[in-house]
Design a binder for this molecule. Structure first.
Ligand SMILES: [Zn+2]
Length: 751
């Protein structure tokens, strides 16, 4: 979480003593409406627990025996709540493994178990025949035999370190530890460096015994637990065979060999119990300190003394997905959709991921249905979506977004997502224009552990955990609490991905999160038994999640003027530019350091016994000039202030519906202005100039420019700067137009 800190600790202390005052400083928030109040009171933790139990009794991954049954359960519940609900199906590529094998050959042979055992006291862990194998979906078929080399997290800088040490992964199988980068990005980088296979393992340092007692004694990763996952390469999300279009029955499909998001080399995930014997087979130099995990051995880079035989083969079938889509029709603006979604599929049981928040979503829907039956009508149409196949690469949400793309462009006003939620602090991420709105929603919900509002608790925690603030975070005085928690960028790790990429619909993610996330992620142990001990015993944060998100949905659906504003936008874009400059400075710094070391002969002095490799002298780099971006950011700041003034003077009373619609259209156009026509270089799917992921699905500021810097292509980076500045100018112009539209929402005189 990014935080903005202020030094007024006296104010904080006063706040801690008077939480009720902190929760609602005079005039800081609009008065709570009766409706929102009764909505929040009606949310039941017990019912959330019931939904979670029902939907995690068996595995629920796409293609499982229970996938359709679960969709029908959700459909029937929405209908019983009074919603107009249906199932939309898509047919997607869903390979299942036929062969998975990792063998260490040589004098001390070892065969990886690739198996998660049943655990006494954890009933569902014993349903071994129903569980999905541990594997990487969208690995290609392959059989390779080669020595292994350890590459740490498998980041760009890790390969640079190997190069400095004169070690090449060409023709090797790389052993990579989980963390710091999307696993598909790790496999892609390994392939780009010439590896022919990849094994990604969970080191106990990240989520095993280094963190705390392991399952079942504690919440951290069991030695045999495997993190399954998707290894899509980041050119587009969703079904690999149907980019840009919904995977409906008549959709044209790519031949599998032309599906460019399928990984380039065979790969498998490993538990740390299976990884340890492979580490023991590594020879070569001791790994640098930052590369060492928590296994009880000396971490060496390799290569291994004996080769490893890796073999994977898949049945390349398609599977039917079931998205459950439910509507409550609006009575004032029925053609404007407030959409809220959460995925329903887990890798196996998915109690934490995704049913922690999916069960909250069902309870919101039940309660909204109650209000509807009692006579309330939302002004806008509310659309709830229970997505399928998020885990494989946001397939259910992406295919739906693509299938409804044109209608969504006309009608979508919000996509609000959740996924994992747990005991902890409120998390807000999404379109920066929703910062004030998201803060207001979190200020209206009580934190179960402290009785503070969830916003006040997060802001107080920010004082204590101040070191978490990123170095580029501006430090600003606070309006309310002496500290200010701002909204994070939307990211791309869940079902909002495709919406952010190209829909132009504002997005928001709301949840609760804590560092004690635990180690059941994507294993068979992410189940009811684990969840009710470690994630959210009593479902109290499930209830807070439903209260928070339902409040936001009610507020957005019923506001005549859409609650967007742009001071957050100006801050956030300035912060992104700061991040880009930082990235460039770091790149130049490394380059200059290498040149200095070359000139001084320092490399030769380093380790004469090891003969370090002398890096090639790079071509002299062009300097990047960010002045056009700085000027555009300044213009956005001016436009945002201009909008705030206009909004302060707005009187909607007397405005016609048509005039309000025009103002709202102008507001929504500010979000569409983030989209670059034609998309980012080499990745036409991604149009969002600021919030598309990098090509490895990593977080990269101004991805068109940032990716070019990371790839060492400064000429391309320089060419992208004016294009990005053009997008920023369009954002400033759209905010100006929105200011004009809200200043005078008076119907024009008929001519
Ligand atoms: Zn999830």
């Amino acid at each position: 979480m990014r935080t903005l800190l202020c030094a007024t600790l006296t104010a904080i202390a006063a706040l801690a003593l008077a939480p009720s005052q902190a929760a609602a400083p005079a005039g800081a928030h609009p008065p709570e409406s009766e409706l929102e109040h009764s909505f929040r009171d009606g949310i039941s933790a017990e019912r959330i627990g019931g939904f979670l139990k029902d939907l995690t009794e068996h595995p629920n991954f796409p293609g499982s025996a229970y996938a359709k049954r679960d969709a029908e359960y959700v459909l029937e519940h929405f209908r019983s709540f009074g919603w107009d609900a249906k199932i939309e199906t898509f047919s997607v590529l869903f390979p299942r493994p036929i062969v998975r094998s990792v063998e260490l050959l040589g004098p001390k042979p070892f065969t990886a178990k690739l198996h998660e055992p049943a655990i006494p006291g954890d009933a569902t862990s014993a349903q071994q025949d129903e569980q999905l194998e541990s594997y990487f979906i969208y690995s290609p078929d392959g059989e390779v035999t080669a020595p292994i080399i350890y590459v740490n997290f498998g980041l760009r800088e890790d390969y640079a370190e190997l190069e400095r040490q004169g070690i090449s992964v060409k023709g090797a199988i790389v052993l990579i530890r989980y963390g710091r980068l999307w696993r598909g990005g790790k496999v892609e980088l390994a392939a780009e460096h010439g590896a022919i296979g990849a094994l990604i393992y969970s080191d106990p340092r990240e989520d095993g015994y280094f963190q705390g007692p392991t399952y079942p004694e504690g919440s951290w990763r069991h030695p045999d637990a495997v993190q399954r996952g998707s290894v899509l390469y980041g050119l587009y999300p969703g079904d690999p065979l149907t980019p840009f279009v919904g995977a409906t029955a008549p959709a044209k499909r790519l031949p599998i060999k032309e599906a460019i998001t399928i990984a380039a080399i065979p790969c498998l995930p490993l538990s740390y119990a299976d990884a340890e014997p492979l580490f023991r087979a590594l020879a070569g130099p001791t790994a640098p300190e930052g590369w060492r995990g928590a296994l009880p051995l000396t971490y060496r880079i390799g290569p291994s003394t004996a080769p490893v035989h890796l073999r994977v083969a898949f049945r390349w079938d398609s599977t039917v997905l079931y998205d459950v889509i439910a509507r409550l029709k609006g009575d004032t603006y029925p053609d404007e959709w407030v959409i809220r979604g959460n995925h329903r599929d887990g890798w196996v049981y998915g109690a934490q991921d995704p049913h922690s928040a999916h069960s909250a979503m069902l309870e919101e829907a039940r309660n909204l249905g109650q209000l509807y039956r009692a006579g309330w009508r939302p002004k806008r149409t509310i659309v709830y979506a229970s997505w399928d196949a998020e885990e494989e690469g946001t397939l259910g949400s992406t295919e739906w977004m693509e299938a409804h793309f044109d209608e969504l462009a006309r009608k979508g006003v919000l996509y609000l997502n959740s996924d994992v939620t747990m005991t902890g602090l409120v998390q807000m991420s999404g379109s920066p224009s929703l910062e004030a709105f998201a803060r207001d929603a979190s200020a209206s919900v009580t934190d179960p552990a402290t009785g503070l509002t969830t916003l006040a608790r997060a802001e107080l925690a920010a004082v204590v955990l101040g070191s978490r603030a990123t170095p580029t975070s501006p430090i600003a005085p606070s309006a309310d609490h002496g500290v200010r928690v701002s909204i994070d960028p939307p990211g791309y790790g869940s079902d909002h991905h495709a919406f952010v990429a190209r829909s132009g619909v504002p997005t928001l993610n709301l949840s609760f999160f804590d560092d004690s996330f635990g180690g059941s992620y994507h294993s068979i142990y992410d189940d009811y038994a684990w969840y009710t001990r470690f994630n959210d015993p009593g479902f109290l944060y499930g209830r807070a999640t439903a209260q928070l998100i339902g409040t936001a949905i009610l507020g957005f659906a019923d506001a005549d003027l859409l609650p967007l504003e742009f001071t957050g936008t100006a801050h956030e874009i300035e912060r992104e530019l700061g991040g880009l400059k930082h990235l460039y400075a770091a790149y130049r710094g490394r380059q200059q350091r290498d040149e200095t070391l070359l000139d001084s002969g320092a490399y030769r002095a380093l380790a004469p016994d090891r003969v370090p490799k002398i890096p090639p002298r790079g071509a002299p780099a062009a300097e990047l000039d960010f002045r056009s971006l700085e000027a555009a950011v300044a213009r956005i700041g001016v436009s945002a202030a201009h909008f705030s003034n206009a909004l302060a003077g707005t009187r909607l009373t007397g405005a016609t519906r048509a005039a309000t619609r025009r103002a709202n259209a102008a507001l929504l156009a500010t979000e569409r202005a983030f989209l670059r026509q034609g998309g980012l270089p080499g990745r036409p799917y991604y149009q969002n100039e600021l919030y598309s992921p990098g090509r490895l699905w990593d977080t990269v500021p101004f991805p068109a420019i940032g990716d070019a810097i990371l790839d060492g292509d400064l000429a391309r980076a320089a060419a992208e700067v004016p294009r990005a500045a053009h997008t920023l100018d369009a954002i400033a112009a759209a905010i100006d137009a929105a200011a004009d539209a809200v200043r005078a929402p008076i119907p024009p005189i008929p001519r």
